[in-house]
Design a protein around this ligand. Structure first.
Ligand SMILES: [Zn+2]
Length: 318
């Protein structure tokens, strides 16, 4: 029986029966509004999935399986804005842990600014790359089973990972345990209320919804459900919203109902023209200005693709 991770209710509505990879069941908790996937995998299956399947089906380059270094190179561009948000938390005496650190792009940016950076990641090839090529401590292990003393870290990061876990409440409890009393947790998760999930014309709306639900994501959080999940574990969250993708990407979905070919293109190419004619230059400025306004609107209305959350022990605020 499925039990809600937040309110323990067992009453759900089925809101989708098809996901990106094929058949799949998406449920909505009738009591608290948490959206989740009805999928059960053992720890071994989950480990196998992240080591053998995930890099093929969720490549940053559509249809290609990337080597760790290629994945690292492509992740550097998206790690830049995350690093800027995390930067005020860093300091030469700080110890940080990143849960779900991928191929280590964010850790590599953080490392020069802290005393120690540590990563946890299920993909063993990524962990070898982080250790051997980046010289950063990393563990190919579930953070809930790692043998680390309580109160070890000043900062714990979990970027686009909490929604991949079958047990986010337990993992948040682990983060709280590993955090120093005055430490800070910084999380990012996909936003269930992304504008693309609600405001596209038919049939492209249905196409995006199906793309949004995918096998790797057990949970789909909103501002309200993420707040409740953290408060349940005795943390005080502060949530804001951002959007990684461009207006061009939004229009691509709006008119064509399909994603762009690469993550880098979908997040970085904010204009339409490559030439230097007067027309092209002016049109590119138009799109660049519109892109800025687009991002502002999505942040203000909590309709961006990402929810960002800073959380601390409750007593730290008192
Ligand atoms: Zn619930």
């Amino acid at each position: 029986m499925v039990v809600c991770e937040i309110c323990k209710s067992t009453e759900f509505d089925v809101i989708a029966s098809e996901i990106r990879e094929g058949p799949g069941i998406i449920l909505l908790c009738r009591q608290c509004g948490l959206t989740l996937q009805d999928i059960r995998q053992t720890e071994q299956e989950l480990e196998k999935y992240y080591n053998e399947v995930y890099q093929q089906t969720n490549s940053l380059r559509f249809g290609e399986t990337q080597m760790p270094r290629e994945h690292f190179q492509d992740s550097l561009s998206s790690a830049g804005p995350v690093f800027e948000r995390v930067r005020p938390l860093l300091g030469p005496e700080k110890r940080i842990l990143e849960i779900g650190c991928g191929s280590g792009a964010l850790l590599s940016k953080i490392k020069p600014h802290v005393r120690e950076a540590v990563g946890a990641e299920l993909n063993k090839d990524f962990v070898s790359f982080i250790r051997n090529d980046l010289g950063i401590t990393a563990y190919a292990q579930d953070v809930n089973t790692m043998d680390i003393p309580d109160g070890s870290f000043d900062i714990i990061l979990c970027i686009m990972t909490l929604d991949h876990l079958p047990n986010p409440a337990r993992t948040i409890a682990t983060m709280k345990r590993l955090l120093k009393p005055d430490g800070t947790i910084y999380l990012e998760v996909p936003n269930r209320d992304d504008a693309l999930n609600h405001y596209l014309p038919s049939p492209n709306q249905a196409k995006f919804n199906m793309f949004f639900w995918h096998k790797a994501h057990y949970f789909y959080f909103t501002r309200e459900t993420l707040t409740r999940l953290l408060e349940n574990e005795g943390l005080t969250p502060k949530i804001f919203c951002r959007h990684q993708y461009t207006l061009v990407n939004f229009l691509n979905w709006y008119f064509c109902g399909s994603p762009q070919k690469t993550f880098v293109e979908a997040t970085c190419r904010s204009h339409l023209f490559k030439g230097n004619s007067d027309f092209e230059k002016k049109m590119n400025i138009l799109f660049s200005d519109a892109d800025n306004s687009f991002h502002k609107i999505l942040e203000e209305t909590f309709s961006g693709d990402t929810l960002c959350c800073i959380a601390s022990h409750q007593k730290a605020f008192r």
